[in-house]
Design a protein around this ligand. Structure first.
Ligand SMILES: [Zn+2]
Length: 391
């Protein structure tokens, strides 16, 4: 009993001391450094709150009007150095969410990548925690710039916004098949390639890209364990569920009906405020082994808007292929087709086939993680081009 009490007391003490006695990170000012230069190197927002903390922790210094720092002098920064011994960051720093923990983890990794710090906090045991992050959740400006999405998995779960080009647009990213339905199956060596896994990976990458440009994105099929996978052969699972947690039905017709219903319900929610709403369905086709096919597009019969989107994406892909592989030629095309996920949904639908899962050459397009990223990048570029056309 006494031991338990001591343990609690110890815990309370360590929480209290975390803020008060944790040392600040120190850094030497470079030649001609302004306070802005120093702050931006460490991604500290230049606002009055941080500047006041900076002055205070450096012995209540006064900064000259120019903001110039003394070259070579060591300054404390509004960043705590917290002792780290492999704990969960969420518990160590008393954070509100795993999102905040991921942001701090990535902040430390980014600082290492940029060369601002030389050590890896996991090895040195020195975790940098900007004051704007600590205990009350992430800083306001930080949350506008970066957001956390567990679905993308480790290494991808923090999304950094590049711009707001697609702000106001809502995307329903609809990876084909999933759950009890693997879709088409290809063979490569001893590996079975399941359509749903590859379509899902490209879908996640596309969704993440669209978020980087300020879009609102829903991923209609979800599998929290997978995330974006940088592997050639993706493990096959049947754990996928619909957005909202509903199971994916075994019956084909029912399955598509559920999927469309989820999208249509969300569409209504956004109808009054969205500037555009898109549904993007991603599949991998299955043909005879010898047939090679390039990425191609379907739109709903008679839909001018659907046709315009598909043709814009096609043109973007053609340009990208020409640049990346001059002379290759790109034989993708746009067709109209009465497909359930085009004709039974309220947003404008685009249906994309990534290749022939049975053809050895087409398989390379989907099994190389780098290629899956390029496909997602180019499709996103297509939607940015579409936005240009609207303007
Ligand atoms: Zn399919």
């Amino acid at each position: 009993m006494r031991f338990v009490f001591q343990l609690i007391l110890f815990t309370i003490l360590s929480i209290c001391t975390y803020a008060a006695e944790t040392p600040y990170l120190a850094s030497n000012a470079r030649k001609n450094d302004n306070i802005e230069d120093l702050f931006s190197r460490y991604e500290i927002d230049v606002n009055s709150k941080n500047i006041n903390v900076f002055k205070k922790i450096n012995g209540s210094i006064r900064l000259p009007k120019s903001g110039k720092l003394i070259s070579g002098k060591m300054y404390f920064l509004p960043i705590h150095v917290v002792h780290y011994a492999g704990e969960q960051l969420i518990a160590l720093l008393l954070l509100k969410s795993e999102g905040d923990a991921a942001l701090i983890e990535q902040y430390n990794d980014r600082m290492k990548m940029k060369g601002v710090r030389k050590d890896d906090f996991r090895i040195s045991g020195k975790l940098w925690v900007p004051l704007s992050f600590s205990s009350k959740g992430m800083a306001n400006t930080e949350s506008k710039k970066r957001s956390y999405h567990r679905i993308f998995g480790k290494g991808y779960n923090v999304v950094e916004k590049i711009d707001n080009t697609l702000q106001g647009q809502v995307f329903y990213i609809d990876p084909g098949h999933g759950g009890p339905d693997p879709g088409a199956i290809g063979k490569r060596g001893k590996h079975e390639l399941h359509e749903d896994e590859y379509a899902y990976d490209v879908s996640l990458r596309l969704a993440r890209n669209l978020l980087m440009h300020g879009a609102t994105v829903y991923i209609i099929v979800q599998e929290m364990k997978d995330g974006i996978r940088d592997e050639r052969f993706l493990n096959n699972s049947n754990r996928e569920k619909y957005y909202g947690g509903q199971s994916i039905s075994r019956g084909h017709r029912e399955r598509l009906g559920d999927r469309a219903a989820i999208i249509n319900k969300l569409y209504e929610k956004h109808a009054a405020t969205a500037t555009a709403q898109h549904s993007v369905t991603i599949h991998v086709d299955s043909r005879t082994t010898n047939e090679r096919i390039d990425i191609f597009f379907y739109h709903a019969p008679g839909s001018d808007k659907g046709k315009n989107i598909a043709e814009t994406l096609l043109n973007t892909l053609r340009e990208k292929y020409e640049k990346a592989q001059p002379g290759r030629g790109y034989k993708g095309n746009v067709e109209e087709r009465d497909l359930f996920m085009l004709t039974n949904i309220k947003p404008i639908g685009t249906y994309i086939e990534l290749g022939n899962i049975k053809n050895p050459n087409d398989q390379v397009r989907i099994i190389e993680p780098r290629n899956r990223q390029v496909i997602a990048d180019w499709l996103c570029a297509g939607f940015l081009d579409l936005q240009q056309k609207v303007k």
